[in-house]
Design a binder for this molecule. Structure first.
Ligand code: FCB
Length: 452
């Protein structure tokens, strides 16, 4: 049996995901202010191929064509993100109506085509002036985010059925402030840990105003979860995997779904723990309508006391990895979803990102990306297995609709179901796009009772 033959719940949502900085371009148009990614990418040595998102997929100008493409592929939903510096160009203060107009048209365009909008408010493009004022490590950012969330949800309201506050707070905090790999490119663990707290606090604080502005919409957050496996049965390795899990997964899950930070991580952070004020965790742990789960791979770790807490080192992956160097490990998808269901009693879950980069070759007008199809097929089947075993998963979004600016990897890594020829901006559906379209089509027919 292949993923195409599996039966999913009748109202299961199928879509693709993108993010503003990765596709929009037009960074100085429509009143948009600079973001930390504009600054970071323009700094020599930060991006593998020296590129920036200044033009990217030019989606800002080509959005109608991109929506038509989604419609032709039969997509039921589209997860996109709103660029904060388009809406509030300097981060705080005046709202730029022209910036909101863009998303207003995008949302109406989706609805006209029968595609459900899933909007993410923060997918890493922080207005540069807010970083200049301290960025996520500064508690003042919480009010700024609430004002931004207010402006977006006031304008888009219930036309957006699903709002997520943050995309992958672990990445925003640790890749940005501790590992220097993402904007703003700092290497200060204490700042990263404070950023992680403020990302969660801003999420919770925004929910109240979002619910008031969009009463029938569903509100949630998107986490990237990375299961950690010990390199051996040795107690040191088992403990290392537990530490990595605390650092990467439980810090966020426990705060959001249990209202507390895990003791082992708190102890591990030692003097770097963030200032948590009375009532903060109640704000962080407000009820969610859904949880978005991004899953790509797993890590295998061993204990390494020579590096800062969590004092672990990742081992080389098993088998042939994707072009990102990530192991293909579909069982991890099933395990993550079932673990959430078992340990956290989560709200309904959506797989908000899953996909793979491969060295695509355009030949005779198409890309025969059999390896991507195999990856997607196995992961869709892994989601199905989790549902069968009791996980409440309501939808799946492939990352990504289009090849795009893959952060520090630049344009060299292609994740799209649709190939983008950056010289001409032509969109060329890969074979995986056709595969995904037929999966969706068969599912639709099957749940309508037509012969599958
Ligand atoms: C995730 C990001 C997304 C994309 C994929 C490959 O961590 O949310 O923007 O870059 O990885």
């Amino acid at each position: 049996m292949t993923a195409t033959d599996l039966r999913f719940p009748a109202d299961f949502v199928w879509g693709t995901a993108t993010a503003s900085y990765q596709i929009e371009g037009a960074v100085a148009e429509g009143g948009r202010g600079p973001s930390i990614w504009d600054t970071f990418a323009a700094t020599p040595g930060t991006i593998d191929d020296g590129t920036t998102g200044a033009v990217a997929c030019d989606h800002y100008h080509r959005w109608e064509q991109d929506l038509d493409l989604m419609q032709r592929l039969g997509m039921g939903a589209y997860r996109f993100s709103v660029a904060w510096p388009r809406v509030i160009p300097v981060g705080t203060g005046a709202v730029n109506e022209a910036g909101l107009d863009f998303y207003d048209r995008l949302v109406d365009g989706l609805l006209e085509r029968g595609i459900a909008p899933f909007a993410t408010l923060y997918h890493w493009d922080l207005p540069q002036p807010l970083q200049d004022a301290g960025g996520w490590p500064d508690r003042g950012i919480v009010d700024a985010f609430v004002a931004y969330a207010d402006a977006v949800t006031r304008r888009l309201g219930d036309r957006v059925a699903y709002y997520a506050t943050m995309n992958e707070p672990w990445c925003a905090a640790f890749l940005g402030y501790a590992l220097g790999e993402h904007a703003p490119g700092l290497r200060e663990p204490a700042l990263a840990i404070r950023a992680a707290h403020h990302l969660l606090l801003a999420h919770g604080a925004a929910l109240e105003v979002m619910r008031a502005n969009a009463r029938t919409a569903q509100h949630g957050i998107v986490l990237n979860l990375n299961p950690a496996y010990p390199a051996s049965d040795a107690p040191e390795d088992v403990a290392a995997a537990r530490r990595f899990d605390g650092f990467f997964n439980r810090w966020f899950l426990d705060a959001l779904l249990k209202g507390r930070y895990p003791d082992d991580v708190w102890e591990g952070y030692g003097a770097n723990v963030p200032e948590v004020q009375e009532g903060d965790l109640a704000i962080v742990a407000q009820p969610l309508d859904f949880l978005g789960v991004n899953y790509y791979s797993r890590v295998i770790v061993t204990s390494d006391p020579s590096v800062p807490w969590p004092a672990v080192r990742g081992l080389p992956v098993e088998g042939t990895p994707t072009e990102m160097g990530w192991e293909v490990f579909p069982q991890g998808m099933t395990e993550v979803l079932l673990r959430l269901q078992r340990e956290y009693a989560p709200p309904p879950m959506y797989v908000t990102e899953n996909g793979a980069a491969y060295p695509d070759v355009l030949r005779d007008g198409t890309v025969d990306d059999a390896d991507r199809i195999a990856y997607l097929e196995q992961h869709v089947a892994a989601v199905h297995a989790a549902i069968e075993a009791g996980a409440d998963v309501r939808g799946y979004f492939a990352w990504s609709l289009l090849d795009n600016f893959e952060w520090a990897r630049g344009f060299a890594k292609r994740f799209g179901l649709v190939y983008v020829d950056y010289a001409t901006q032509a969109r060329i559906p890969k074979r995986s796009a056709g595969w995904y379209a037929s999966l969706i089509e068969r599912h639709r027919n099957a749940t309508r009772g037509a012969p599958a």
